[in-house]
Write a protein that binds this ligand. Structure first.
Ligand code: ZN
Length: 252
């Protein structure tokens, strides 16, 4: 399985928005798809999974769909909870902000097709099996266990301290890596707690819940604090924990 954090800033190193590209055809979250993927990569996308509706995870979904207007011959599959899809239709795909979901169609096809997902119910997409697991954030949010025949990778999405996803992780024998929220530096641990994110300090506690053979990649580092968070993680000197590089292809 090939995983890339899609770049979302001018220098390509900091992460402002969230999207992962899995292999060539599946995206997790739509924060950065129109920004950090080439047009060819955008045309290859067949499915997008939305972990929650916060803007940094959904911002480029409207542009992506309209940019693909001429290209699509079948819809992009949009996996999201019913409540998240309803929120996207109400708050984003309305005429004041963009265009309605009903008008997102060309002469051949609707541009997008909603496929409801629910916590605890696995589904197959683009040769992968996905298990959504509810995590602990300020709104309904799902982490995703993504498996192929060889390996599995866990994406927590935005979360603070949580439980269920670690039960799932520890039970998955072929799990290779976890990409976990590490938004804030230690000085902002209280803010991390109330906004349901992590700092290095809270992440260390969280990692005690995970089997010791799994690589942990810190992601979603808030851009203004990225260098501070990296320095703090280096001080921890924990071989399991590294900061994921934006734009790099990871193979598992
Ligand atoms: Zn969020």
């Amino acid at each position: 399985m090939r995983v890339r954090i899609v770049p979302s800033t001018r220098d390509g190193r900091h992460q402002l928005l969230t999207s992962y590209l899995i292999n060539k055809t599946l995206a997790i979250d739509a924060g950065a798809l129109s920004i950090g993927l080439t047009q060819e990569e955008q045309r290859a996308l067949r499915a997008i999974i939305i972990t929650h509706t916060h803007l940094d995870h959904t911002a480029t979904l409207p542009m992506l769909l309209t940019d693909l207007f001429d290209e699509l011959r079948r819809p992009i599959a949009l996996y999201a909870t019913q409540s998240d899809f309803d929120a996207l239709v109400k708050y984003i795909f309305n005429p004041r902000i963009w265009i309605t979901i009903e008008t997102l169609r060309n002469e051949h096809t609707a541009l997008v097709e909603h496929r409801p997902m629910r916590a605890g119910e696995p589904f197959d997409v683009e040769g992968l099996t996905i298990l959504p697991v509810q995590v602990t954030h300020t709104v309904l949010t799902h982490g995703l266990l993504v498996e192929d025949e060889k390996s599995a990778v866990l994406f927590t999405s935005d979360t603070g301290a949580t439980e269920k996803i670690w039960e799932v992780a520890n039970a998955c024998a072929k799990l290779k890596a976890v990409f976990i929220d590490l938004s804030f530096p230690n000085a902002l641990t209280e803010l991390a707690r109330v906004s349901e994110h992590h700092s290095p300090e809270t992440l260390l506690d969280e990692m005690k819940k995970l089997r010791s053979d799994i690589a942990v990649y810190g992601v979603l580092l808030k851009a203004p604090y990225r260098d501070r968070i990296i320095a703090e993680v280096n001080t921890l000197n924990d071989p399991r924990l590294t900061i994921a590089e934006v734009g790099r292809d990871y193979d598992f």
